[in-house]
Design a binder for this molecule. Structure first.
Ligand SMILES: [Zn+2]
Length: 618
């Protein structure tokens, strides 16, 4: 027994068939080898200790084997295989990118790649932790990766696929390694135990597999340690002790005490656990995991997720049957909160005890709410709800009288246009207006017919004086009605060429009188076309003409709108393209054309040129 060394190295798989838990990858690789369809670059991704480097080594060995088996495995007996097994092969190069991540490291690797192998067919380059390469190293690598020599195969391995550049990903065949399941790990450990002739309880192996969380390397080294500590007698108990794992039996007892609302018993139990050397956070975490396992047992469909030591399943199931799901879910919540706040708690022990007390009274709380009948639901209101509002206080304007007059007048018009009803429902708003406004400032209120509220039948008359109360407008009118001239609202008149053209001509004449010659010309040369009742087109020959008319647009529109009783009346521009095209353009002439033109006018020029034998400089 003293010669015994269990190690990840000794039991490293020697061919694809012995790789644990990655059959989806080994099968693909074997088929690729059999069919001679091997890619030149592979990317092996997955968590640590699941067999990435092992698979890379097996691949290197297999493709160099002199007598491959028909299944695509290495023979393990030929010269190449033996030198691989002895670690003496020259055809495999491993680079740990974590410690050799510079451009120079990659350059020296790339330089080696050029040389063909002295023996065997392929040289295999394994770059481990490839995500650690610097950006420039990645770039130095790209070219070689894209066009590798026929004898070179690259296997890049990484635990962090998301850190690999897309340019690298696109050049590689990607294999995703899975976490090794507890069952696979246990089976593999069992094989090793059998080969070594050691006695180990299956429950102990399960605990080791759970602790290693899918990493085969970890599970082997744990087994290694426990075997050497226990002189080859691996039991459930000594494994728990060695791994500092709390026996699930404690959790069963703790839950039992909590369900019985035996607070003293639960706290004493925690004290016992604590004295064994288990810290509070471990207990919280372990108990949460335990509750989770119980919860999983509540449903037959989820029972496959129960990850516990063999032989314990029945106990979990029986406990699950006696606890309500409500309690378990609430308990998980409390434990989760407690775990999150554990770090911040100053008195860790009190923190855990408080959590236990909460869990203790949880059952009582649930029972109470059950006794009272249904769970109290929040009130729901389906219909519309009246909202409390604050009454708007009276507006007090305290600016000088002259300004108020105009401001008040404008405000009045605006309010009337937008919300004619508002004036009726807010009788409390009474702007403080001056008693005697100067007559010259009295504003003219122009109104459109449709905005006049029906409750004011008299507003259409000029010089209205409404005495009816109940609105800000009424109040204002009763006070100042005689001062306001309210214009009569009439139906809009449709525009026609017969009525529009004289107006337009009138503008042209008026502008000319003002000595705006360009603008007047623009008006008189423009032609008009009616589009509909309120829009007409002004056809112009150029944008310049348009600009001249635009300068006067507001005045023109104001007058026209007044005339046609239509506030929506407007005009758009239309630039006559055809007329613009017909304007003659001056083309530059070249020297020869210029001479011909001049010679036409002065024929002597031609004589002069001929007699003196002059050449025209083109
Ligand atoms: Zn071989």
């Amino acid at each position: 027994m003293d010669k015994f060394i269990v190690s990840a190295r000794k039991y490293r798989p020697q061919n694809f068939n012995t790789v644990v838990g990655q059959s989806h990858i080994t099968t693909t690789l074997k088929n690729a080898i059999k069919n001679n369809q091997l890619a030149h670059a592979f990317l092996f991704c997955g968590p640590r200790g699941v067999g990435k480097t092992t698979c890379a080594r097996i691949l290197a060995k297999t493709i160099n084997c002199l007598n491959q088996t028909p299944e695509g495995e290495a023979c393990n007996t030929c010269q190449s295989c033996t030198s691989f097994d002895a670690g003496a092969s020259m055809n495999i190069h491993e680079l740990d990118a974590a410690s050799n991540n510079s451009v120079d490291d990659i350059r020296s690797l790339v330089d080696q790649v050029r040389f063909a192998p002295q023996a065997g067919k392929y040289k295999v380059y394994i770059v481990d932790e490839v995500h650690m390469l610097s950006a420039s190293a990645f770039n130095a690598f790209l070219k070689t990766l894209e066009e590798p020599p026929a004898h070179a195969i690259f296997i890049l391995a990484t635990t962090e696929k998301h850190k690999i550049l897309p340019t690298i990903l696109s050049r590689c065949q990607i294999f995703d390694f899975k976490r090794i399941t507890t069952n696979d790990t246990v089976e593999h450990l069992q094989e090793i135990i059998d080969k070594e002739g050691i006695h180990a309880e299956k429950a102990a192996l399960q605990v080791i597999a759970q602790k290693s969380e899918g990493c085969m390397r970890d599970s082997l080294s744990i087994l290694d340690k426990i075997v050497s500590f226990t002189s080859g007698e691996v039991t459930y108990q000594n494994t728990l002790e060695h791994l500092n794992i709390l026996d699930h039996d404690y959790y069963f007892r703790l839950l039992e005490a909590l369900l019985a609302q035996d607070m003293a018993g639960a706290i004493l139990l925690y004290d016992e656990i604590n004295r064994k050397g288990f810290e509070g956070d471990m207990v919280l975490n372990g108990f949460a995991e335990f509750i989770r396992n119980i919860l999983v047992c509540k449903d037959a469909r989820a029972i496959s997720l129960l990850d516990v030591v063999e032989g314990m399943q029945e106990k979990y199931k029986s406990v699950a049957a006696s606890v309500g799901a409500g309690y378990l879910v609430s308990a998980l919540n409390i434990l989760n909160e407690a775990e999150i706040h554990f770090k911040m708690a100053r008195n860790k022990r009190l923190h855990v005890e408080l959590t236990i007390i909460k869990l203790n009274f949880l059952q009582q709380a649930i029972e109470l709410s059950l006794q009272e009948g249904n769970i109290v639901k929040k009130k729901r209101v389906d219909g519309p709800v009246a909202i409390n509002y604050k009454p708007v206080p009276s507006i007090q304007i305290i600016t000088p009288p002259v300004n108020i007059q105009t401001a008040g007048g404008k405000l009045l018009v605006e309010e009337k246009k937008k919300t004619p009803i508002a004036a009726q429902v807010q009788p409390s708003i009474k702007p403080a207006l001056p008693q005697t406004p100067p007559p010259s400032m009295a504003p003219v209120i122009s109104m459109v017919k449709e905005t006049v509220p029906s409750s004011y039948p008299n507003t259409t008359n000029t010089q209205t004086s409404v005495t009816k109360g109940g609105g800000i407008l009424d109040a204002l009118r009763s006070k100042y009605g005689d001062r306001y001239t309210v214009q009569e609202v009439k139906d809009p008149i449709s525009i026609t060429m017969e009525t529009l053209q004289p107006h337009w001509n009138h503008f042209a004449a008026k502008i000319k009188e003002e000595n705006k010659i360009s603008q007047a010309n623009a008006f008189s040369t423009a032609t008009l076309e009616i589009v509909d009742d309120s829009i007409f087109l002004v056809k112009v020959d150029s944008t310049l003409q348009q600009k001249f008319i635009e300068q006067e647009k507001s005045i023109v529109l104001e007058e026209l709108q007044k005339h046609y009783h239509n506030r929506l009346l407007t005009f758009n521009f239309f630039i006559n393209e055809t007329e613009r095209d017909s304007t003659p353009t001056v083309k530059p002439l070249n020297s020869k054309q210029r001479f011909e033109r001049m010679a036409e006018q002065y024929p002597l020029l031609r004589v002069l040129r001929d007699n003196l034998k002059l050449e025209i400089d083109m």
